[in-house]
Design a protein around this ligand. Structure first.
Ligand code: UTP
Length: 297
């Protein structure tokens, strides 16, 4: 029987320089889409996929993350006194069972692969998921849940894959496809941030992975890749050489790159429009802005 995926790593040790000065004191993952921080969307998605152990790889200045998942007795007492049961209910999503969440420090930002490797002792010899909270995916069935269901059939390693325009490929890890089976593709290689015109396909890897423990072993080699960083894609690609299968999964849903300003703003508008309590106001505002812009042209 295939081992269930119950552990997830959330690498959140990056500096978030694209959002300076905000990220000088606020971790990128605490920035909010409407009223929930990015990290809450990531945790909800992991829970829906059956994850029971949540491992955060953090760095200096990220303590707001730890506080976010802690109980807040004074706030709760106040809300209870005022009979604000609806707000108390909302807070429930932010609580973690004791021992279900762990924080590990990445002392130097040496790359995503290195951040994942920092969690090796907690992963031991089990398959694990990796979720990048700055990739937010709006989907009827949460993306990682779709992947876990597919992984139950395939095993091996699985990465979320998305079609991108050729001129965008050099910002991503790109799949070299062996066989395209529709929803799932099998992969014969992966190239991190290919040079313009050298991408092996238009299928880019985005921030959801289900990986076998052998990827951790590959990361032990600490091999530097694109940008001088230890790349997760390279360690996954090394598994192919060891005859361990790697699959790309074309998920159903819309992905927002909330690590970029434009992606974050698009997600803010999309999530606000999807909310019943905000839709009418937002729609009127967005239409007005569009009208004004076209009148000005
Ligand atoms: P990014 O490339 O978005 O880097 O990392 P960043 O530092 O977060 O943001 P910018 O580019 O400076 O604005 C992708 C993911 O990998 C994590 C980040 O926290 C983010 O979730 N990461 C990256 C680490 O945890 N450690 C690293 O050394 C590098």
């Amino acid at each position: 029987m295939r081992k269930k995926v119950t552990k997830a790593i959330f690498p959140v040790a990056g500096l978030g320089t694209r959002f300076l000065p905000a990220t000088k004191s606020v971790p990128k993952e605490i920035m909010t889409l409407v009223d929930r921080p990015l990290v809450q969307y990531a945790i909800d998605e992991a829970r829906a996929a059956g994850i029971k152990e949540f491992i955060f790889v953090t760095s200096r200045g990220k303590s707001a993350l730890e506080d976010y998942f802690d109980h807040s007795p004074i706030l709760e007492q106040e809300l209870r006194k005022k009979g604000k049961d609806d707000l108390l209910e909302i807070l429930k999503d932010t609580y973690m069972d004791s021992g279900a969440i762990a924080y590990i420090r990445q002392h130097q930002a040496l790359g995503l692969g290195h951040a994942v490797w920092c969690a090796r002792r907690l992963i031991a010899n089990e398959p694990f998921a990796v979720i990048l909270p700055d990739d937010v995916i709006a989907a009827e069935k949460p993306c990682l849940q779709q992947m876990v269901e597919a992984y139950e059939e395939t095993g091996g390693n699985m990465v979320a894959a998305m079609e991108v325009a050729p001129e965008k490929a050099s910002s991503y890890g790109v799949l070299d496809v062996k066989e395209d089976m529709g929803k799932i593709v099998s992969v014969k290689g992966m190239v991190e941030k290919p040079a313009a015109g050298e991408a092996p396909s238009n299928l880019a890897v985005i921030g959801r992975y289900i990986l076998s423990p052998s990827v951790m072993k590959n990361l032990n080699k600490m091999k530097k890749g694109a940008g001088g960083e230890i790349q997760l894609t390279d360690a996954i690609a090394q598994d192919i050489e060891k005859e361990q299968p790697v699959y790309g999964y074309r998920f159903k849903g819309q992905r927002f790159d909330c690590g970029s300003k434009s992606g974050f703003l698009q997600a803010t508008v999309a999530f606000a429009l999807a909310r019943e309590d905000l839709r009418d106001d937002m729609m009127a505002f967005v239409n007005q802005v569009a009208l004004n812009a076209s009148a000005a042209e």
